[in-house]
Design a protein. Structure first.
Length: 267
């Protein structure tokens, strides 16, 4: 595996004739990331993983500073999973002096994650489009846990005619049901135990939906019963052909998101 820092180094490392799979990440790799790497490895000649904690996705400087970072550990995971190129770059490389172009995807800034993280999706859309233009992948891989983000990227690709297929893979969970997240490592043992209320709530909501009841209300009741969990939203939404129950909550100051599919919906 090669680790490169600059756009020029990355592009020099890629064979124009090879089929490239891209996995955009902010690092702190876990088994969910590994599932994306393996999927990319199975479908492409070359696998590129970007490792970049994107400042444009963070509203508060303290949240950016607190985001977990472990490049050496991430590089070891990536090499073990058969990644060919790790693009471990910097904000100066991707947003050089005078940078002034941003991508907005209408509709996403006004709902769910967009409400609680102003500017976040502008950062996501911009960095994804930049990576698509830099790497020129045939396919790019995202996790279903970030359902709204995945739907935004699908919209971006469709609207701007980007020549990349988007693969969205199932959420990877711990044995107790908690969705794997880089932020989980920042939970105390007590808060880690409380955090399982989030997947329990979504499971309860899905069961309620199957009975013809209010999925969001059922999930909200479970979250309200856990004093260490502070819900931000619990809502039913359509994302890229799926009807999902999505939720976000703070647990000990750590913000977690999750969702479950209620049904496939092409409407």
């Amino acid at each position: 595996m090669r680790t490169v820092r600059t756009i020029a180094e990355l592009q020099a490392a890629l064979d124009p004739a090879a089929t490239v799979g891209l996995v955009p990440t902010m690092g702190a790799f876990h088994a969910g990331h590994s599932s994306l790497f393996r999927a990319a490895r199975a479908e492409n000649d070359v696998v590129v993983v970007s490792l970049f904690v994107n400042p444009a996705q963070f509203e508060a400087a303290e949240d950016l500073a607190a985001y977990p970072r472990d490049e050496a550990g991430d590089a070891a995971v990536a090499e073990r999973e058969g990644v060919d190129v790790l693009f471990a770059t910097s904000a100066d490389e991707l947003y050089p002096g005078g940078y002034a172009t941003w991508v907005e995807v209408d509709g996403y800034a006004q709902r769910l994650e967009g409400v609680f993280r102003p500017g976040h999706f502008r950062g996501v859309a911009t960095i994804c489009l930049k990576l698509f233009n830099i790497v020129r992948p045939a396919r790019a891989y995202f996790g279903e846990k970030d359902a709204q983000q995945a739907a935004l990227v699908q919209q971006l690709v469709a609207d701007l005619n980007a020549a990349v297929a988007i693969r969205v893979l199932p959420t990877v969970r711990d044995d107790d049901g908690l969705a794997l997240s880089s932020r989980n490592s920042r939970l105390t043992p007590a808060h880690r135990g409380a955090a399982v209320a989030l997947p329990r709530a979504l499971h309860a909501g899905a069961a309620a939906y199957a009975r013809g009841e209010d999925a969001a209300a059922a999930a909200q009741r479970v979250l309200d019963a856990e004093p260490l969990v502070v819900p931000q939203y619990v809502e039913v939404a359509r994302f890229d052909g799926r009807l999902v129950l999505a939720a976000a909550a703070r647990v000990g100051g750590i913000r977690l998101i999750d969702n479950v599919t209620l049904k496939e919906d092409s409407a």
